[in-house]
Design a protein around this ligand. Structure first.
Ligand code: MN
Length: 257
């Protein structure tokens, strides 16, 4: 059997599973809030064009209205000013090979329960590698926080008087993943790939600033990371081919032995 025939046989036998890392996308999907001086991203609107009625008696279809960065979504390098002049930096020009990679899942759920602002550090990554081996080049690094269990926009966005509180990456961790591990990008359960308080960091939003400046990607609002092993899963995360798109909602799938 060829490798792909073998893969199909393993899928059919249930020895390889497909895990859905995606939130439902609809009017209830929480959307990131920004300070009032900046333009906000709209929520999701779904409007029927026809539904087996006078407007289309035999068919049902909808019009979608939403921002590119809504729900489970992909961040392309062109999303950030640091990545705006890189080659192949948008949803339609990124080589498709780069949408597939091995997953390394870093579990900080216990730390997040104690402190929602917790940041994964370079030391935290090195400790993970001591147990699980080096993060391979071209990996998706997924930050498992338990955050996707938070139901409803209020709990998920967790905005206080001083802004949102949610976990993320210390700048040193981001630099390590870029310069010393050359990963594809990071994925998180939260609404964005920077911590809630990252607007106050130096530089502001260090993960977006540095990852996208290095041509790397982001995945936000993932779920079911607790169904993945620490290593060994393969993640397929291909955004819509939006012309000059800065990102897109997508279905993120993991193959797990
Ligand atoms: Mn985004």
């Amino acid at each position: 059997m060829s490798i792909l025939q073998q893969l199909v046989a393993e899928l059919d036998a249930g020895r390889v599973r497909v895990v859905d890392l995606t939130q439902p996308l609809g009017p209830e999907t929480p959307v990131i809030g920004l300070p009032p001086q900046f333009a906000p991203s709209p929520g999701v609107t779904i409007e029927a064009i026809s539904q087996y009625d006078d407007k289309g008696p035999g068919w049902y279809w909808n019009t979608l209205h939403l921002g590119e960065h809504t729900g489970t979504h992909f961040d392309a390098p062109v999303h950030w000013i640091t990545g705006k002049d890189l080659p192949d930096n948008a949803c339609d020009t990124i080589p498709v090979r780069r949408f597939v990679g091995p997953a390394c899942v870093i579990d900080v759920t216990a730390e997040v329960e104690a402190n929602p602002d917790v940041l994964l550090t370079r030391e935290g990554l090195l400790a993970w590698e001591t147990e699980h081996g080096p993060i391979p080049r071209g990996a998706w690094v997924l930050l498992r926080t338990g955050w996707s269990r938070r139901a409803g926009a209020q709990e998920f966005l967790n905005v206080g008087p001083d802004g949102p509180h949610s976990p993320g990456f210390h700048k040193d961790a981001t630099v390590f993943l870029i310069e010393e591990r050359d990963i594809l990008g990071v994925g998180v359960e939260t609404v964005g790939t920077d911590a809630g308080q990252a607007g106050t960091f130096d530089p502001p939003f260090p993960n977006h600033t540095l990852m996208h400046g290095a041509g790397k990607f982001g995945l936000a609002s993932l779920r079911n990371l607790d169904q993945l092993p620490s290593t060994g899963a393969v993640v397929i995360a291909a955004p819509l081919k939006i012309v000059h798109g800065s990102g897109s909602p997508l279905r993120v799938l993991a193959l797990v032995e």
